[in-house]
Write a protein that binds this ligand. Structure first.
Ligand SMILES: Cc1ncc(COP(=O)(O)O)c(C=O)c1O
Length: 410
C-alpha cells in the first residue's frame, strides 16, 4: 500500500527514519560504552520494539504498565522510575524490572527490602537507585523543568544528606543515581547539569556501592546539530573517573577487575524518548470542510486536542509538509478540527496552491508524544496506525473503532 491509499486520520511510523535514529544511538553506545534505553512515555509503538531492541540496551518505564509492555514486547533491560509506587504493584515490578528507581528516601525505606530480595533471586544485585535533583535549571519552561523551585522530582542535596543519615540501612541498598532534568536539549546543558551533579553529589558517586549513573532523557541526540562527540567524551570521562567496586566481598574501595584484568567504569545510562523516534512519524489528515470567518479555516479529520495534544500543551507549531508560515505562500489557512473546542487550532499555514475539500495534509514529527497521549474527546475516533517500510510501502498495524471509544467509558 502506498502513502496515498491509507485512510485518514492515521499515524504513519517511518521505519527507515527510525532505523537511522537507532544507528546514531547505537554508534554513541559503541563509542562511549554507555547503555541507551527507550523512554516508552514518548513512544510505545510496541510493534517496533523488536527493531528498537536490536540497537538499544532496553527500555524504561514510568509505571507498571509500561514496564510490562517492554518486558513482554522487547525483553531486554527493563528499568522503571515513578515518583511513588503502589504497594499492590511493587512485587510485580521487582519481578520484571532490572533497575527500580525511587524518588524519595521514604519510598526507598518502604520498598527497598522487598525489591532487593526479589531481585536477588533473579541474580540482580545492583538494581536499586535514587533520583536526585541537582537544582540546576537549563531551560525557561517551568512545566518541563524538574529543577524548578518546588519540584517534586528528585531528591535535593539537603534532603539526600538527611536521608542518608535517617535511613542508613535503606541507603545500603542503593547501587545507582538517576537524574532527569533536560527537555529537547543539546549537549551543553547536559555538561552543565553533570558538572552540578558532580559538584553536589560527587562524594556519593565515589562510594564503592555505586555501580551506575542514569542521566535521564531530554537529550536530542539524533538531531543533526547535536554534539555527539561531546556526549561520547563526557561518558568516557565519567566511566574513567568513577570505577566499579567489588560488592560481593564487601571490601570497600577495591576496584572490580574484569576478565582482561582492567577495572570497569560505572555503567552510564541514557533514557531518551524523543531522540529515538524523532522525525520518524507522520499524521495524515483529510480536509473535511472549509469555512470562512476573516480567514479561510480548514476543518480537518485530525485534531490537536485529540491526536497531537502537545500542540496545545507545549505549545508548539507542528511542521506541515509543503507549507509555509501564514502569508509566506499565496494561500493562507487556519487549520482546525471537528471538536467543539474553539481553541482546537493547529495553527495558520500557507500553501502554493488553493486547498480543496478532500485534500490530504501531512504533519511531520508525529511519532513522539502523539500515540501515547491521544484521546477520544467528543467521541472522535483514534487515528489508525501504519508502518512505512524502507521502500515506502505502508502496512496497517492497527485500526480503532467505536468499541475503543466505548470501552473506556461506563
Ligand atoms: C524520567 C524520564 N526519563 C526520560 C524521559 C524522556 O525524555 P525525552 O522524551 O524528552 O527524551 C522523561 C520525559 O519526561 C522522563 O521524565
Amino acid at each position: 500500500m502506498v502513502f496515498s491509499d491509507i485512510h485518514t486520520p492515521s499515524y504513519i511510523i517511518d521505519e527507515k527514519k527510525l532505523r537511522e535514529n537507532l544507528e546514531l544511538l547505537s554508534d554513541v553506545q559503541e563509542k562511549s560504552g554507555c547503555r541507551i534505553l527507550l523512554a516508552q512515555k514518548a513512544f510505545s509503538a510496541f510493534s517496533e520494539y523488536p527493531l528498537i531492541g536490536r540497537y538499544l540496551a532496553g527500555a524504561t518505564a514510568s509505571g507498571l504498565y509500561e514496564a510490562k509492555l517492554s518486558s513482554e514486547e522487547m525483553g531486554k533491560e527493563n528499568h522503571i522510575f515513578s515518583p511513588a509506587y503502589r504497594e499492590s504493584e511493587i512485587e510485580e515490578i521487582a519481578k520484571i524490572c532490572d533497575h527500580v528507581i525511587f524518588n524519595s528516601f521514604s519510598q526507598l525505606a518502604k520498598y527497598g527490602g522487598t525489591v532487593k530480595s526479589i531481585q536477588e533471586k533473579r541474580g540482580i544485585t545492583d538494581g536499586i537507585g535514587l533520583r536526585i535533583n541537582p537544582e540546576c535549571s537549563t531551560q525557561d519552561e517551568p512545566i518541563y523543568d524538574p529543577c524548578a523551585p518546588g519540584s517534586r522530582l528528585g531528591i535535593t542535596l539537603e534532603n539526600f544528606k538527611r536521608g542518608v543519615a535517617d535511613y542508613p540501612d535503606a541507603f545500603g541498598y542503593v547501587s545507582g543515581l538517576h537524574f532527569h532534568t533536560l527537555c529537547e536539549q543539546g549537549f551543553e546543558p547536559l555538561r552543565k547539569t553533570y558538572d552540578a551533579v558532580e559538584d553536589k553529589f560527587g562524594e556519593y558517586l565515589n562510594l564503592p556501592q555505586i555501580k551506575w549513573l542514569n542521566m535521564g532523557g531530554g537529550h536530542h541526540i539524533t538531531k543533526a546539530d547535536y554534539d555527539r562527540d561531546g556526549l561520547i567524551a563526557l561518558i568516557q570521562e565519567i566511566k574513567g573517573k568513577y570505577r566499579k567496586h567489588h560488592s560481593d566481598t564487601g571490601s570497600a574501595g577495591m576496584a572490580y577487575q574484569n576478565t582482561a584484568g582492567e577495572a570497569d567504569g560505572i555503567d552510564v545510562y541514557l533514557e531518551p524518548g524523543e531522540a529515538i523516534a524523532l522525525n520518524a512519524g507522520y499524521l495524515v489528515t483529510e480536509v473535511m470542510d472549509i469555512v470562512e470567518n476573516d480567514i479561510s479555516i480548514l476543518v480537518l479529520d485530525a485534531s490537536a486536542a485529540c491526536h497531537m495534544p502537545d500542540v496545545l500543551e507545549m505549545p508548539y507549531r507542528p511542521p506541515l509538509r509543503d507549507s509555509g508560515l501564514a502569508g509566506e505562500k499565496k494561500y493562507t489557512y487556519r487549520l482546525s478540527s471537528c471538536t467543539c473546542l474553539a481553541g482546537d487550532i493547529i495553527g495558520d499555514y500557507s500553501f502554493d496552491n488553493e486547498i480543496k475539500v478532500g485534500d490530504r495534509l501531512v504533519f511531520e514529527d508525529m511519532a513522539i508524544y502523539s500515540m501515547v497521549k491521544n484521546n477520544t474527546f467528543n467521541g472522535i475516533g483514534l487515528p489508525s496506525i501504519y508502518a512505512m517500510d524502507e521502500d515506502g510501502n505502508c502496512r496497517l498495524v492497527k485500526e480503532f473503532g467505536y468499541e475503543d471509544f466505548k470501552m473506556r467509558l461506563s
